[in-house]
Design a protein around this ligand. Structure first.
Ligand code: FES
Length: 177
């Protein structure tokens, strides 16, 4: 934008502001399409090997572990077992970040939650939406154990429905004390 498109205070005109907003919307829309295509591509990939299930059983309740690079999932140790959450915000698909120092939104631990940097949606460690404009909870990635190895299948996403407290949980007893 040239200097003569700004007013005497160095501010852009309303028309230019709207034009920029429109351009920003186009860029953001294009990013969303790109992310959606990326998800489609990801869905064509197979299950992700996460490692020996014993290693996950012994994690303290409340621990959040990112999946292997590119897997787009978090594994959460909850009281009843393990839960794998998609890192894709159900809003526009932006990657949701772990915020281990933030106040907790659940009773699993005093600190830690997930945060969507695009629109500031907040999710607890169960992936439940606690604040912000995202349309629903984080999607759940299906987990299974085969011969002692934990696998996640990012192609098999579960969309949680209200009040469903057990969806997608892989039951695990607590480690023997
Ligand atoms: S993309 Fe996460 S709330 Fe909009």
């Amino acid at each position: 934008m040239s200097a003569d498109e700004k007013n005497e205070f160095g501010q852009i005109s309303r028309r230019d502001f709207l034009r920029l907003g429109w351009a920003n919307g186009v860029v953001r829309g294009a990013e969303a399409v790109e992310r959606a295509l990326g998800q489609t591509k990801k869905k064509a990939e197979g299950p992700v090997r996460l490692g020996p299930v014993e290693r996950f059983r012994s994690l303290p309740v409340g621990t959040v572990q990112p999946g292997p690079p590119g897997s787009r999932l978090y594994v959460v140790r909850i009281e009843k077992g393990l839960l794998a959450l998609s890192t894709r915000c159900p809003g526009d698909g932006y990657p949701v970040a772990r915020r281990p120092q933030d106040p907790s939104e659940d009773s699993l631990a005093p600190h830690g939650r997930f945060y969507c940097p695009a629109d500031a949606s907040i999710f607890d460690r169960h992936g439940r939406l606690r604040a912000g404009p995202a349309p629903r909870d984080l999607d759940i990635v299906t987990l299974r154990v085969n011969e002692g190895i934990l696998w996640a299948d990012p192609a098999a996403l579960l969309v949680r429905t209200d009040g469903d407290e057990t969806a997608g949980i892989l039951p695990l007893e607590s480690p023997a004390k």
